[in-house]
Design a protein around this ligand. Structure first.
Ligand SMILES: [Zn+2]
Length: 92
C-alpha cells in the first residue's frame, strides 16, 4: 500500500486507479490472446480492489459536504443526485 495520509492523497490514488482501470478495460476488450486477457483481467481486478479500499478510507476520513446536482443520463432526461463536494461520494 502507499503512504497516503490525507484525503487528497487518497483521492489522487483513487483517480489514478480509475484511469488505469479504464485503460485496462479497453486493452481487455481489444485483446486477442487468452493469456494476456487473463493477465490484464487479474491486474484490473487488483486495481479495482485497491480502488475500493481507497474509497472506503476516503469515506471514513471525509466530513462530507453534500450538494445536489442534476445529471443528464440521456439528452432529455436527467436525474438528481447528491454528492460530496470534497470526495465525490455519491448518494443515489
Ligand atoms: Zn465526502
Amino acid at each position: 500500500m502507499c503512504m497516503c495520509v490525507s484525503i487528497e492523497d487518497y483521492m489522487r490514488c483513487k483517480n489514478y486507479c480509475n484511469k488505469m482501470i479504464h485503460k485496462l478495460n479497453e486493452d481487455i476488450a481489444n485483446c486477442e490472446s487468452t493469456e494476456i486477457h487473463i493477465f490484464l483481467t487479474n491486474k484490473r481486478n487488483y486495481l479495482q480492489s485497491l480502488k475500493t479500499n481507497y474509497e472506503k478510507k476516503i469515506n471514513e476520513m471525509c466530513v462530507h459536504e453534500f450538494e445536489d446536482d442534476l445529471v443528464d443520463i440521456v439528452p432529455d432526461r436527467s436525474i438528481r443526485i447528491r454528492y460530496c463536494k470534497i470526495c465525490e461520494y455519491t448518494l443515489h
